[in-house]
Design a binder for this molecule. Sequence first.
Ligand code: PGA
Length: 241
Amino acid sequence: MSKLLVANWKMQLLTGEAETLARLIVQERSAHEVVLCPSFPALDAIGRVIKRSKIKLGGQDLFWEKRGPFTGQVSADQLKEAGCKYVLVGHSERRKLGEINALVNKKLVAAFSGGLLPILCVGEKNAKNASVEVKRQLRGAINGLRLRHREHFVVAYEPVWAIGQHPARLANVVKMHLFIRYLIKRGLPDIKLSQFRVIYGGGLAASDAKNFLAAAEIDGLLVGGASLTLRDFRPILRLRL
Ligand code: PGA
């Protein structure tokens, strides 16, 4: 069975380094659906490296306006033009810089209307408050959203305290994934189960990935640190379920 593996390279690699890594990842011919999310300046180069493979390209963020005087911003159309299929929306490292739920909502809407497949990131800062925080983020993000039949999206559950550290306990992640599915069905009553996937991210190493991917409730993984070298990422790319 194939799942979704998203590599979030954050601001960790220069373009040449990202190209070398992407070439090695292509050679792995993973059976999973792999998405690489490099920094904006590397999108074009990585797009060329993965062109003849099944690997997809993703942006790490987008702006909600289509075009105009918005210094430093990148639109959905520009990401599409650079070859992106996916885009991360509302990653906690952006929320930490002031991205509130209302802005995440605008970005989600912009991603859909620009023909991108958003990966909406949600996750609590405090493990004790998980369901309240995740519910608030999810509700805020999908507020007023109207999905067309063909449209799909991904929710990445990433507890903030797990990112760059250790993953949450699998049993708790499974519970949270079920809760997220319930919230989406409630918030978007017409949505079909096939229109969204729920993936996990935060502190994953290859050693944890197998058990996480094997869980039926987990449709894939969002991997930061462990996607930055082939040595760490290869065992994840090669996992058979
Ligand atoms: P991590 O990052 O795998 O290094 O914890 C995941 C993420 O922030 O998306």
